[in-house]
Write a new protein. Structure first.
Length: 125
């Protein structure tokens, strides 16, 4: 069943993800990405999840979102508690999961009209 008609026109929808990158509303990205319903760009995320810092989330500083999905790659990981607190102080509520789950969750929340953002690390080969 095609659910894409549920997405309002002009919104950034995740069409595919995998070891070769992401396809977002017809545009291909070969590395990590950050996106909201209206914006998407490449993300220079650290290769090691544990090297994340608040600076890695600066894309979201002026975006009006309720939840930020963090796709951690092939498997979910725990976000450093200090980093989680720093991001919360900036108004970012972060939900970490594997990248595939983050992609699917993003699309569901987008279809519901929610103000969602995603920072997606690539899925390694």
């Amino acid at each position: 069943m095609d659910i894409t008609p549920l997405i309002p026109h002009g919104r950034k929808i995740i069409q595919s993800y995998g070891a070769d990158g992401f396809k977002i509303s017809g545009e291909r990205f070969n590395a990590g990405i950050v996106l909201t319903p209206l914006y998407c760009e490449g993300w220079d995320a650290p290769t090691d999840f544990n090297d994340m810092s608040a600076q890695n989330f600066s894309f979201f500083a002026d975006k009006d979102i309720d939840v930020l999905l963090l796709g951690a790659g092939r498997k979910s990981q725990f976000l450093n508690p200090d980093l989680r607190q720093d991001l919360k102080m900036q108004g970012l509520i972060v939900d970490v999961m594997d990248t595939g789950a983050a992609c699917r969750t993003y699309n569901v929340l987008l279809a519901e009209g929610r103000r969602v953002g995603a920072a997606l690390m690539p899925v390694e080969k």
